[in-house]
Design a protein around this ligand. Sequence first.
Ligand code: PLP
Length: 350
Amino acid sequence: MSFNLTEILRDNIKNLVPYSSARDEFKGDASIFLDANENAFGSPLPHDYNRYPDPLQHKLKAKLESIKGVPAGNMFLGNGSDEAIDILYRACCTPGKDNVILVPPTYGMYEVSANINDVQIRKVNLTPDYQLDLDGIAEAIDMHTKMIFVCSPNNPSGNSINPLDIETLLVNFKGLVVVDEAYINYSKQKSFTHSLPEFPNLVVLQTLSKAWGLAALRLGLAFASRDIIAVFNKIKPPYNINQATQDLVLEALDNVEVVNEWIKSTVQEREILVGQLQALPQVEHITPSDANFILVKLAQPRELYNFLVNKGIIVRDRSKVTLCEGSLRITVGTKPENERLLEEIQVFYK
Ligand SMILES: *Cc1c(COP(=O)(O)O)cnc(C)c1O
């Protein structure tokens, strides 16, 4: 099936004339900037933030290009991945008319963002081992289906989705397949960014909020064809990534080695934690994880959750979520944190 971006976009977006900022209309060097109504005196801070930032974050993208191996022209940077998700809905889905496919249990923002944008959701549950139900998805698709969101490694189950199944979707679905790789740094699977040249309907989401340890700076990435990236850029607020974030992330990106060490330690700690938990008779099942968290099915999940809260340890109660019944989602912490957690779990079950 051939993919045609103009068939996917909303009419108002196809016809949209984007805002043209002062920084769009003059690019280059000058000594006096009197075009953007900024305060020429500076900022009441040690560093000046009085000038609007680069709307397209060229410096940052050049550095990300060298780290991610994806050309800057195939990259959109958002105020968290959540901004990219919201823009996708606004670009493609006519409220009250179009629909998207979600595959629960999965990341909650796809559903919230659909609801905000008044877009119908069609849920096709993952299989009991948290893989795609390709037949169910094929049945749920109709002429108004614009997107399918697949999270791999999946939150909250932690496993990777079979890449061949994702490719089946990419080949057979004529809408966008959005692959959310928020946890890809912890995974044994390779990123779908390498498949971008092959699939014009692929959008890959990543974030600096997890492995990179920069959640507070809010930087999400979307990778896609240049045509799709042009649509993102047309819709986004002109200065969506603030100067402090651009500066700090540029600095952080010099430290790939530290981040890679943390990833290694996190994976090691995850396996230790899994081994220790599996030794407890009250632990029924732990889904093999490719992420920095584990989904643990165990006895008395709600009571254990409350017990841990009282000890000052917060995990995520997923025990009422479809296909996660009886489970807690536990993020892998530092070694001492994981040891404290295990001690308290042992005390609870004693
Ligand atoms: C944490 C997470 C994100 C990150 O969102 P940001 O807005 O970039 O912080 C995206 N997708 C999934 C599945 C996540 O778990």
